[in-house]
Design a protein around this ligand. Sequence first.
Ligand code: GLY
Ligand code: MN
Ligand code: MN
Length: 452
Amino acid sequence: MSTLLTSHFYERRSAFMAQCEKDSIFIIAANTLLTRSNDTEYPFRQNSDFWYLTGFGEPDAYLILSNRELNDINDGKKQLTENIANHSAYIFVQPSDALAEIWHGRRLGVDRASKALMVDQAFSIDDLDEHLPDLLDGHKHLYYCFDTSPAIEATIQLALKECRQAPKQSKTAPNSLHNAQELLHAMRLIKSEEELAIMQKAADISSEAHARAMSFSAAGKFEYQLEAELHHEFAMSGARYPAYGTIVGSGVNACILHYTENKDELKDGDLVLIDAGCELQGYAADITRTFPVNGKFSDVQRSLYQLVLDSQYAAINALRPDATISEAMKICVRVLVEGLVELGILKGAVEANIEAETWRSYFMHGLGHWLGLDVHDVGIYKENGLDVPLRPGMVMTVEPGLYFSENADVDARYRGIGIRIEDNIVITDTGNRVLTDKVPKEIAGIEKLMSS
Ligand code: GLY
Ligand code: MN
Ligand code: MN
């Protein structure tokens, strides 16, 4: 399976620094461990931006990049070589510590860090506050990710202050601060071939897991037992963690959009909605399937399910370069409203319902979101008030749904039904490719899988 090489991360750092102003320094911090209960921590998850630039999975580290001087050197040497470095890089990591490593696990350590991560120099994280003012010295621009955490903010502000207040103005502090997220998240929005290969694998593993949960489903099983089937499949296929809290909502629980209690018993005749995806090398899959607990759709379930599916196909069909998510949403909503009017759930004319947004009572979320290192991935949706046009390499979810809670103002036979169908697509040069096509979503396909 494709794995990102250290050189990929190096190239991303180069591409990032090439977009910063001349004489810039960039600071980014790793995540830190979070306490779950006394003496135990949550499983560590690296900060996605830090991971994107380093591929380094340890907590308590800082990466510092500078394009000062090298700009000038590069200008002079450009004719000599294409590949000359456009930046220098420094990493601060947890130092090797025999006792800490016996208790908490191995560390890369300072001595090995610069070679392993392809950076110029490595230091102990314990020396960060001492070195940071010197590293800032002489730069005009500072880039960092605003509002990440008060501790990071404090570290940077302290270093800036020390740089500004150095005796006899012996240091020059950057005066202009930039939010690095703008450049970084624009890069993350467009996935490379290597990233797409990993995301395809994450999608395949997650699709298999959904198929496994469908096969396992039966009245009397519990929602958390379906969750266990999914997570087992993730792990046995090489993806240890889910990318987000797995949702298994049977019956009316499917109407709670981010239901993660997963505690109820499955009942004959109900639908069950599963929204789950694994995380692989940091990348998320995000799939939803809705299917009958007993493997056979009732007539009412069938009519609503087919409507959601038709609306999803219509939306996917509209997602291509230069189109926008809003345009696809409009197409999706039209299909849903036409169907809801035909079923008598919405009263009056299709146009009037679209205009008055009556459908929002039953489809209360958006069409989808960017997908990548974060399940709700970074990247802008609007620029200057306009929807961003889709570009090849963007990965997103398409996830229409219909939700009729116990109290919904609809005929009783529709109440307690929640349906969502969610796939992941990548925009290609000519349209899009569905990454999550290895688990059925057609009624016949689901019923066939569940009967075998
Ligand atoms: N799994 C959360 C979402 O679909 O947005
Ligand atoms: Mn989603
Ligand atoms: Mn989802």
